[in-house]
Design a protein around this ligand. Sequence first.
Ligand SMILES: [Mn+2]
Length: 326
Amino acid sequence: MPEIEKISKSQLDKFKKLIDEAKNIAISAHINPDGDALGASLSLRKSLEKYGKFAEVIQISEVDNYLKFFPDLSQYKKPSLDEYDLFIIVDCSEFDRIDKAIEICEKSKNTIVIDHHKGGKIDTDLNIIYSDSPATCELVYEIIKRLKLPIDNEIATLLYIGLVTDTGRFLYSNISELTFLTAAELINEGADYEYVYKNLYQNKEISKLRFENHILSKVEFNKPYALVGVSKKMCEDFSMQMGDSESVVNMLRDLKGIEVACLIKEYDDGEYKISLRSKEWLDVSKIARDNNGGGHIRAAGFSLYEKNMEDALDTMRKILKEAIDD
Ligand SMILES: [Mn+2]
């Protein structure tokens, strides 16, 4: 098997230098972490700890229920220091997306970013940003492997979760030979993929299925887009968290004749969070960036501020129509 590498030698050397100079290291992912954000931060923390560093992952959000099975999740916790020698941001390239951890980041001596999002405007001591990577965990594994940092079966499992969730089980664009090679090597390192699959994909509550079913009954199909809004009241009626509606957007994208799926989630103070997924030709990261959001070509998001759900739906109809006609 040929060696496939993505990260440059100079970036790796700089990474090594920065961790070797640091006694204590903080890691933060973005707010409302997904599988890749948690997997990348917790795996890197444990590897750095085994390498001999004092390393912490800073908790900035509650963890969604579907991710509570994560190994080593107790390490996602309040920081014990106000400042660190090194601050590593993973799975995000915007300072405001690390929320309250920004203060600690600003006080810390050096900063590194490891990310695969497109269009982030960030400049740190070391930017390891590859927007053609399907998951931050793929990049973190490459760093661990090439720098010969410690790995164990728990670290491998954490990295595997990020790889599986951000690629939609090895389905989305940006996967490459390197992604499958990474998966194979992680399994070789002891990643417990059966545990991961059971918890991620064979563990849905029947009540959640009923909630999804209700949302699906409200979808507006207007090929090539599908659009639906989820109100706070719908969540209350079904005793669900807003995050439980997220799965619907992927179901809609997967339908024949649908290029782009849009889910609108109602939050407090007139905020409507928009989730976009596309399949083949529409760059939803551009739509998101035009509206002060971010993401990837096939999965992106942003916030709208509207009076009510009807207005939010109307705005999205216009935005989608414009993007499709472009
Ligand atoms: Mn990611």
